[in-house]
Ligand binder design. Structure first.
Ligand SMILES: [Zn+2]
Length: 148
């Protein structure tokens, strides 16, 4: 019996899902499969520079699980770079995170799934004075973190 695993929350949908080394004939090309949740672990840890505890919370998993995910992702990427393999990003056990919005007039917060565009008005009071909810602005911190 396989216990159903809790799906990991992913905040980034990769636009590019295949990396191929130059000069390796297709017939000789080996491929590494990187799951979308593994890529997200790398992104949160190495690009967003989050602490593992913070990153684990963002993905809705425990810290040991996050650590294993990260190690597995790094192993695969290292294998691809060192041994000249292609990287295919697909699959995994994940769900896309929803975006949270907040109405500055009536104060409610609600979620919209990714890929639906920005909502035009508050679903409760129809105000257009709406903004991304504060806890949802992970990306806004990138600039500050980038400075040394
Ligand atoms: Zn409202």
């Amino acid at each position: 019996m396989v216990r159903p695993r809790k799906s990991r929350r992913v905040w980034f949908e990769p636009g590019i899902t295949y990396f191929k080394p130059r000069g390796v004939p297709l017939a000789d090309l080996e491929e590494v499969s990187l799951a979308v949740d593994e890529l997200e672990a790398i992104r949160l840890n190495d690009v967003e520079k989050l602490e593992q505890k913070e990153a684990a919370e963002k993905m809705n998993i425990s810290q040991p699980t996050f650590h294993r995910l990260l190690e597995s992702a790094k192993k695969k990427i290292a294998d691809a770079l060192v041994n000249g393999k292609a990287i295919k990003i697909h699959g995994g056990n994940y769900e896309m995170a929803a975006r949270r919005f907040e109405c500055y007039d009536c104060g409610i917060e609600w979620e919209e799934p990714y890929g639906t565009g920005r909502p035009g008005k508050c679903p409760k009071c129809s105000s257009t004075n709406i903004h991304r909810a504060l806890g949802d602005r992970g990306y806004a911190r990138r600039g500050r973190r980038g400075r040394i």
